[in-house]
Design a protein around this ligand. Sequence first.
Ligand SMILES: [Fe+2]
Ligand SMILES: [Fe+2]
Length: 135
Amino acid sequence: MPLITWGPALQVGHKDIDEQHQKLIDLVNRLNDAMRAGHSKEILNDVLTQLVNYTVYHFNTEERLMAQYHYTASATHKTEHQKFIDDVSRFKKNFDLGQSTVSTEIMNFLRDWLARHIMQTDKKLAMELKKTATG
Ligand SMILES: [Fe+2]
Ligand SMILES: [Fe+2]
C-alpha cells in the first residue's frame, strides 16, 4: 500500500505544480517501499538522492513562479521550503555517515510535511497564480 495516495485533496489546480507533486509523492512512496522491503543502503541512497534532488528542483519551479507573478506571500512560503531542505539535508548527511537510516518516523515526517505543505501553502499559491493569470 502506498504511503501517500494521490487524489483530489492534494490537487492544487496548477498543471505543472500538480505534475511535480505527483512525481514527488511517487518518490516518497518508492522510498517507503524500499525501506519496507529491507533494501540495501545503496538502493535507499539512490531513491533518497532522487527525492532530495527532485525536491530542490520542484521548490525552484514554485519559487520561479512566485517571482514571475510577484506573489505577496513568497517570503513565508520560501521559509517553509528552506526549513524542509535543511531538515532533509541534515537527515541525508547522517544517513551518508551511517548514523541514521530510513525509518517509519522519517517516512511519516515526509508524508505529513508534504501533505500539509501542499494542502495549505501550495494551494494558496496556485489559487493566486490562477487569479493573476485570468486577470
Ligand atoms: Fe511549496
Ligand atoms: Fe509544492
